[in-house]
Design a protein around this ligand. Structure first.
Ligand code: ZN
Length: 171
């Protein structure tokens, strides 16, 4: 299959970036929802923040795309690093029994894949307009990787899933 290094036009790059950021946004919403179910408001807030970054990033991509016609890319035609999308985070996906540490590692995996994806395009695209933009995006993802590494370093493996006691049953 063709990899990201064959992305040769700004339109093609922006179409990929838009999909990547929208999928990341969805994934973070899911993670935030999982944490809300477990009353883990700290992590729910973190994942909402990361969802916000993706949303903001998708907005920036749309601005770059203003006036351009982005190609409609079929799922099997995406030029990801491998068959799995870059910021979609592993085959296991989210699940309701994730511990905070598992959720954070899953998110980190997401961000690393996004960063590597943009970095690869930045380094290898034959298009002069694509490379600096991809490098800019890679730098933003690097910030998210750092943020998550920081959280992981401060999260003990034994931290219980629920921050708060479950609400009391009435009566
Ligand atoms: Zn990110």
């Amino acid at each position: 299959m063709n990899g990201p290094e064959t992305i040769a036009s700004l339109e093609e790059f922006l179409a990929h970036a838009l999909t990547l950021e929208r999928e990341a946004w969805e994934r973070y919403q899911e993670l935030a929802d999982v944490m809300v179910v477990h009353n883990n408001t700290r992590l729910a807030d973190l994942f909402q923040r990361l969802a916000g970054f993706s949303e903001q990033h998708a907005g920036e991509v749309s601005q770059h795309a203003a006036g351009l016609t982005l190609p409609q890319i079929q799922p099997w035609e995406f030029k990801w690093i491998d068959a799995e999308g870059p910021e979609t985070g592993g085959h296991d996906g989210t699940h309701y029994l994730m511990t905070p540490l598992e959720a954070l590692r899953y998110a980190l995996h997401n961000e690393i894949r996004g960063r590597d994806y943009y970095a690869l395009v930045a380094g290898r695209s034959p298009n002069e307009a694509v490379r600096p933009l991809a490098a800019e995006f890679a730098a933003e993802e690097t910030e998210h990787v750092r943020l998550l590494e920081d959280w992981i370093a401060r999260t003990p493996a034994t931290e219980p899933l629920d921050d708060l006691d479950p609400p009391h049953e009435p009566g």
